[in-house]
Design a protein around this ligand. Structure first.
Ligand SMILES: [Ca+2]
Ligand SMILES: [Ca+2]
Ligand SMILES: [Ca+2]
Length: 468
């Protein structure tokens, strides 16, 4: 694949939500920047699309808003069943990979009849992924406006426009990072427009048999395949208000060149495997020039694993820090050891909890549990559900400061699984006037609204001999 610089876009916060009616005359759209004109999926040296397409994006606390304007002299559509293969009609498509790891991403397609297809991809098709059509976007709002007539070949249309509002709640599920995003967060996004050649037969639009569709996209992929998320554009979410926008607000992620170099290895590995029936174990074998890694402190490290390989690269961040990134045979791309700050915050949470406990303050102790009916607390073969019930259980079992005693945590093992979830193993020890209790615990933490909270607690009590 020929490397193409992915498109970049700053998505501003909407002061008022647009009316989702397919018409882009809302004040909020007037203030949003337009993307570049869509280009051929393979890149700028391929024929320019026959019809013009541009998109806009906005966001607020509830939705990610997308608007697209498509020039089209013949607006037609046939599919009316939800989750049909919508690109068999002319369509508009949205692709979103919130954390940019090339896995666990979303796709949504819409035709001129406002029929939608929402699907979830655990990984790209060419990495052994299969689409999950069963994935739905509850609360999704879409609308199409046709500037002309639908399915009427007797006249020439101007085009169609689409408005989409995707609830963050739906995108949260596999985001592995906050959704809605924080100011400055960047997500990988691309848009595609599928356009078929047609003929008119008996007063109806018909696709020309044997002709391949055109794919016109916001950020060219360099290959006729949308399912290479590493090629998608970058959308940076911004809290900036209309009058305070900075033209240079988009910040290129300093890990971008390193991540691209790792993906270059991934693609070379794929062709090497096809040819040699095994994975390469060095840059030399892949015939990749050392200059590709000139800007990095040490060359990429190749390792073979049970399922294939992984290649690690230290990527400088420009401030004496570096992140180690890894790619493996199924194109998953991720940062290793970037979780230190989260580990510190989780340990601070446990320290704060022990301090509250030792002051005899169960209410303060409970502040670091998820205030939700979905909180679960398991102990002694029983599971308590909900924040209130868990709090009551503590009050019941530890009615006085004397009963609460002095709590210490030890042997903590904090594992941050993803940017918004972590597991903690450890020991607890309770010293009271006339006895001591202790046991193991495992906690599941989630980062919710910017705070790490315990969403599940499993604590066991080791019975001592006197109790036996
Ligand atoms: Ca509108
Ligand atoms: Ca992902
Ligand atoms: Ca679906």
């Amino acid at each position: 694949m020929k490397p193409i610089q992915p498109q970049r876009y700053v998505c501003y916060r909407a002061e008022n939500p647009p009316k989702i009616d397919g018409r882009l005359d809302d004040k909020v759209w007037k203030s949003a920047p337009s993307t570049v004109e869509f280009a051929d999926i393979e890149g700028p040296d391929h024929p320019r699309p026959r019809f013009r397409t541009t998109a806009k994006m906005m966001w607020d606390a509830d939705y990610f808003y997308i608007a697209v304007q498509m020039e089209e002299p013949h607006v037609w559509g046939t599919l009316i069943k939800h989750d049909s293969v919508i690109f068999h009609d002319n369509d508009f498509e949205v692709f979103i990979d919130p954390n940019g790891d090339n896995h666990q991403y979303y796709e949504f397609e819409l035709n001129a009849l406002n029929t939608g297809w929402d699907l979830f991809l655990p990984r790209p098709y060419s990495d052994g992924g299969g689409a999950d059509d069963g994935w739905e976007i509850p609360g999704l709002k879409t609308a199409v406006h046709i500037d002309g007539t639908l399915n009427d070949p007797s006249d020439i249309d101007k085009g169609w426009s689409v408005e989409i509002a995707i609830p963050w709640r739906a995108l949260q599920q596999h985001a592995h990072r906050p959704a809605p995003p924080r100011n400055g967060d960047q997500w990988r996004v691309n848009f595609s427009r599928v356009e078929w050649e047609h003929k008119i037969e008996a007063g109806k639009y018909q696709k020309v048999k044997g002709k391949r569709e055109d794919n016109w996209v916001w950020s060219p992929q360099g290959i006729i395949n949308m399912h290479r998320p590493e090629r998608w554009g970058y959308v940076q979410f911004s809290e900036s208000k209309g009058d305070k926008r900075d033209k240079n607000e988009f910040k290129v992620d300093p890990t971008e060149p390193g991540r691209e170099a790792l993906m270059e290895i991934y693609h070379k590995q794929k062709s090497f495997k096809t040819k040699n029936k095994r994975w390469a174990s060095s840059l030399d074998e892949l015939q990749l020039p050392a200059t590709l890694f000139a800007g990095f402190p040490i060359p990429p490290q190749f390792e073979s694993t049970a399922s294939g390989y992984q290649v690690s690269l230290d990527i400088p961040l420009g401030d004496n820090r570096k992140h180690q990134w890894r790619v493996r045979q199924d194109s998953r791309l991720w940062a290793v050891g970037r979780w230190e700050k989260h580990m510190d915050r989780i340990e601070a949470t446990l320290k704060r909890q022990a301090a509250a406990w030792n002051k005899g303050d169960i209410d303060a102790f409970m502040q670091d549990y998820w205030k939700s009916e979905q909180l679960t607390f398991s102990s002694g073969g029983k599971t308590t559900r909900g924040w209130k019930a868990t709090k009551e259980r503590y009050h019941l079992r530890y009615p006085t400061k004397e009963k609460m005693g002095q709590l210490t945590f030890s042997k903590l093992e904090v594992s941050v699984l993803e940017e918004t979830s972590a597991m903690v193993l450890g020991r607890w020890h309770l010293k009271r006037a006339d006895d001591e209790l202790e046991g193991n615990f495992s906690l599941v933490f989630r980062q919710i609204d910017g705070r790490w909270v315990i969403v599940h607690d499993h604590s066991s009590l080791e019975k001592n001999e006197e109790e036996g």
